[in-house]
Design a protein around this ligand. Sequence first.
Ligand SMILES: [Zn+2]
Length: 307
Amino acid sequence: MKIIKEAQGGQRAALEEGDLALIGALARKPLEEEEIYTFSVRLCDNEIDRDNERFAPETLEGLSGLFVGKSGIFDHQWSARGQTARIYKTEVVREPGRVTRAGDEYCWLKGYAYMMRTDSTRDLIAEIEGGIKKEVSVGCRVERAVCSICGADRNQGDCGHEKGREYGGQLCYTSLEGAQDAYEFSFVAVPAQPLAGVVKSAGSWREQVQQLPGGDRELKQLEEEARLGRKYLEQLRGEVVRLALLADGQLEGDVMKSAAARLTPEELEALGASFARRAGARYPVKTQLSYGDKAARPSEADRAFLI
Ligand SMILES: [Zn+2]
């Protein structure tokens, strides 16, 4: 699954010992310090982003090796003249004391890039120094998009949990796991629109499907089915919790809700049937007929069989 995210770039970075050797190896020729300009780029981090996705800390470790040697392109005007930067080293920076919304220690992937100092890059370097080219878009490929609630891989099908919603008090987000590849990064010159520069792979496959004959209609139908499926699952979860509380008066509602949020539809159906039997044994049918005495219990029992 291809992932493209925005990042931040354009911090001048001083050369450290050994850096010239790394750069020389990538450039396939020895370079002097005066010939190059080096800067750092904030490639990605493990915070849950506005798409309710995050890179797992281990994914950042995996990506750190994959980004070395990858090129950064600037906007059309620059890349047309062959101006590129290249990442020569990376590091995962940890910030102890800062905790992400997922409860992990905050960490981010820092890339160090170099570019040649020439007449044609002088203005570009000035722009980076001046903070104009701040927005960076990075692309990579990960193996799995894991649901934080049930652990299902969203690439394998819809588990019914919606990103951004809460289940039993827990935020549902997607954890991007298993770094597979890293692609070139690109500088976006326009920082005016902070949401610009974010392209999602979901957008591209959707567009591809829509262009197929009948694709748009089929996609709409699938989406409607998925919506109905989610609705059913939501109702099923509520039903199982209700039956569980009826079957066992000692159960905590919140605990049961949080447990139900993690179950698959098949598990929920099986559990619901079992709780329904136990609830039925606890509140036999005759109580439904004896209105008046023990007023609270029959109404509870009635509610259990409402759909
Ligand atoms: Zn899920």
